[in-house]
Design a protein around this ligand. Structure first.
Ligand code: SIN
Length: 480
């Protein structure tokens, strides 16, 4: 387990010796102490990334791709240990942590190849003595700020394309889950990625964030996290007019029409809602079920939720782990209490599950019926294992409800009618649509939101635009 920060290829502690504790959310045990770096140490990391940039961007894309592939290979070699480390610091069930390792590594595989396809263009000129060239070049030093819910994949999703494009990076992982990030740093060094190209700093988010955003050598911020923090960072990033990629909060509707395949819809609802104990930005947060299928859907959904096993993620067979911290469970409790007080019927769960020898941070998988638009849960992201059910009558009405939110990350709907499928997909104001699909996230496809869910796209060929600038060269030709 690596518990120091990576700056310019060296493993470093804070110069004043300050550290903070990383704990297992399932047990409250302290797993490690990691450095609480100061703003001036973040500046040293930026300097290292800036100094490393000219040589890194001058390499061929094939050469950079080979090093990214080597990193992917090492992550696959160590996948089991990395998954165990992730479960230890994040709490997610081991099977999910293993899945995240595969998901995260695939972003590196993709980027290693995609970097080779950063084609420019030659535009036909309107005069004969000019050639108009468009080049795509790396943005420069990128600040990468990542969340705790996917401690590994949210780093590789940004790191892979940044490196492939020729950028260098300073990564600031979430305080709850720095160990997975530092482990990736170790593998970067083993892969032979040159010193200074990848730097990883840990510590107090405001101080480190400000140091990076105030430094004019940083040219880009890529952030995944809450809308609230995203807006603060965006305001600070305006000082140096940084390029931005913002993957922020969600509030996904999950609509089941009468003509859906009910078993498929229920299985998809389970995967969509309870992945990572409901702690994903793309989790279904509101279930809209049409009158004619309502009873069958709710009855089958209830049966499957009852079978979920809650516990320490390290125990084989556990489906739902702890929530990440006390604020997270307090928010879930507040949403459920508010739904109850507004007339919601809690059919399953609705309280903490107390488990012998474990922390009191486990929330029982919960299903609430009779939900209404005036509840907090109908307007805000819950980030927990709670499924609020709303009943609806017709398509126009449900689309209005689904779109009546400031968020626009992911939306899901289930129908077997092909015309409805395209009509509804087009009408939902979201960046990602799962049409008969509860888990649309994948390496090849663009991932990102609209409205207060942010902007920019990660994944597929689209992500490369986030880490490159277009440069126009007007080439005047001397007459013969
Ligand atoms: C997220 O919750 O931020 C990412 C989820 C995903 O990649 O599917």
């Amino acid at each position: 387990m690596q518990s120091q920060c990576l700056i310019d290829g060296q493993w470093v502690a804070a110069s004043d010796g300050r550290t903070f504790a990383v704990t297992n959310p399932a047990t409250d045990e302290v797993i490690a102490e990691v450095p609480s770096l100061s703003a001036s140490e973040a500046t040293i990391a930026v300097e290292a990334a800036h100094d490393a940039w000219p040589a890194w961007r001058s390499r061929t894309a094939a050469d950079r791709g080979a090093l990214i592939s080597k990193l992917a290979h090492l992550m696959r070699r160590d996948a089991e240990q990395l998954a165990q480390l992730m479960t230890l610091e994040q709490g997610k069930p081991l099977a999910e942590a293993r899945g995240e390792m595969a998901y995260g590594t695939a972003f590196l595989d993709w980027a290693a190849e995609e970097g080779k396809r950063l084609y420019g263009e030659i535009i036909p000129a309107s005069v004969t003595n000019k050639r108009l060239l468009v080049l795509r070049q790396s943005v420069g030093v990128c600040a990468i700020i990542t969340p705790w819910n996917f401690p590994s994949a949210m780093i590789t999703r940004k790191l892979g394309p940044a490196l492939a494009a020729g950028c260098t990076v300073v990564i600031k992982p979430a305080e709850d889950t720095p160990l997975s990030a530092l482990a990736i740093g170790e593998l970067c060094m083993e892969a032979g990625i040159p010193h200074g190209v990848v730097n990883i700093i840990t510590g107090e988010p405001n101080a480190l964030g400000e140091a990076m955003l105030n430094d004019s050598r940083v040219r880009k911020l890529s952030f995944t996290g809450s809308t609230e923090v995203g807006k603060l960072l965006m305001a600070k990033a305006s000082k140096n007019l940084l390029r931005l990629s913002m993957e922020l909060g969600g509030h996904a509707p999950f609509i089941v029409f009468d003509d859906a395949d009910v078993d498929h819809a229920v299985a998809s609802a389970m995967a969509c809602k309870f992945r990572n104990s409901g702690q994903t930005c793309v989790c279904a947060n509101r279930f809209y079920i049409q009158d004619g299928i309502y009873d069958r859907f709710v009855s089958k959904f209830t049966t499957l939720i009852e079978q979920l096993k809650i516990g320490d993620g390290r125990t084989e067979g556990v489906h739902v782990g702890p929530l990440i911290n006390n604020d997270a469970i307090a928010k879930v409790e507040a949403h459920v209490d508010n739904a109850r007080s507004h007339g919601g019927t809690v059919r399953l769960g609705g309280e903490r599950t107390m488990l012998k020898g474990l922390a009191d941070r486990f929330y029982a998988p919960t299903l609430i019926e009779k939900c209404t638009a005036d509840m907090q849960i109908a307007r805000e992201e819950t980030f927990g294992p709670v499924a609020p059910i709303f009943r609806f009558k017709d398509e126009t009405q449900v689309i209005e409800h689904a779109n009546d939110t400031e968020y626009g990350l992911a939306a899901y709907f289930f129908t077997q009618n092909a015309s409805r499928l395209m009509r509804v997909a087009e009408a939902l104001d979201y960046g990602i649509i799962g049409a008969n699909d509860g888990v649309p996230s994948t390496t090849q496809a663009p991932f990102g939101g609209v409205k207060h869910s942010g902007f920019g796209r990660e994944g597929g060929k689209y992500v490369m635009a986030e880490y490159t600038e277009l440069k126009y060269v007007s080439w005047g030709m001397v007459p013969v």
